[in-house]
Design a protein. Sequence first.
Length: 248
Amino acid sequence: MNPGEYEALSANEERLWWFRGMRRIADVLLDRYCAAGRGARILEAGCGTGYDASRFARERGWAVTVVDLSPVAAGLARRRGLEPAVADIRKLPFRNGSFEGLISLDVLVHLEPEGQSAAIGEFARVVSPGGWMLLRVAALKALRSRHSEWVGERHRVRLGEVRAKVEAAGLRVLRATYANSLLLPVALMKFRIWEPLTGAPAASGVELPAGWLNGLLELPLRVEAEWLRAGRRLPIGQSVWVVASKAG
């Protein structure tokens, strides 16, 4: 990922509406499908600034191991008291079955399809029998944006595509859904009409809006989280979520 993005993430991911809403969705899926008590060994594959890993450790009591390819990300994660391994998720430096659970959030999008398959195969390898995996991946080629260019996205996915890769790795899919669906018309307008029309350059876009707008934009994701909590799915959206388990 573009090294310049990490400082923007570090400055805004705690309060920015998108991250707050996505954390709510992650918690819904983790609570329902990903049993792991205090002290459980969990890997975050592609930890970024380490915000999520530190939150999981603090709120859930997990023993979280983190890995990221970027030395910049690793440095930010160390500021949060983590000890990241600097490694490629397509070749994880861990033994088979090392972790009871694995989380990877918006990392696979930075790989080509073949690399995504390789990474998911590695995820399956390092998860122990009876363990689980939670993935979030940016969805739909039509939603590629100037932000996509800035962060270095390689391949936005379709839900069925990720599901097939997870099953090919020998895991059983427990839940597969799109999310960030209610704001899809706004995203299409911005990415397919406004940005090309204005000649917008590649840029981060991770900026905190005014408080009232930040809360308003978070509201659709809060609604979606409750929809998913009820066991329903969303048929299309800007992100794909997959929860899977490994046979015991």
